[in-house]
Design a binder for this molecule. Structure first.
Ligand code: SF4
Length: 107
């Protein structure tokens, strides 16, 4: 019958449409992950310089023994991660081994 080929095309079209719908949320997630990836604070940043931020507390002659971003009260990220948020540097991430003059004990 002549309907067979149009049925086949219709099924193909519906399958392709379903695949596109299924893929859309994945694309949104992947795109969203990239869009929201936090920027890392650089030591050349004017605010970082003003706060004497360093990526490694061992490179600061002002950091007290054991003081670093991972044990700072202002750190907002995962303390076991390498990088995470800091409430004074906006959306930018700091190194958990880092330090700045605003350090305050989280303990
Ligand atoms: S305020 Fe604390 S967490 Fe933020 S950069 Fe300074 S020492 Fe690190």
């Amino acid at each position: 019958m002549s309907n067979n080929s149009s049925d086949f095309s219709r099924r193909k079209f519906l399958k392709a449409g379903a695949a596109a719908v299924a893929a859309a949320p994945v694309a949104a997630l992947v795109g969203g992950g990239t869009a929201f990836a936090a920027e890392r604070l650089t030591k050349d940043d004017p605010q970082a310089k003003a706060m004497k931020y360093v990526h490694d507390a061992a490179n600061s002659d002002q950091a007290g023994d054991g003081e670093n971003c991972a044990n700072c009260a202002l750190y907002t990220g995962d303390r076991s991660a390498d990088w995470g948020g800091c409430s004074i540097f906006g959306g930018r991430e700091v190194n958990t081994k880092g330090w700045c003059t605003a350090w305050a004990s989280a303990g």
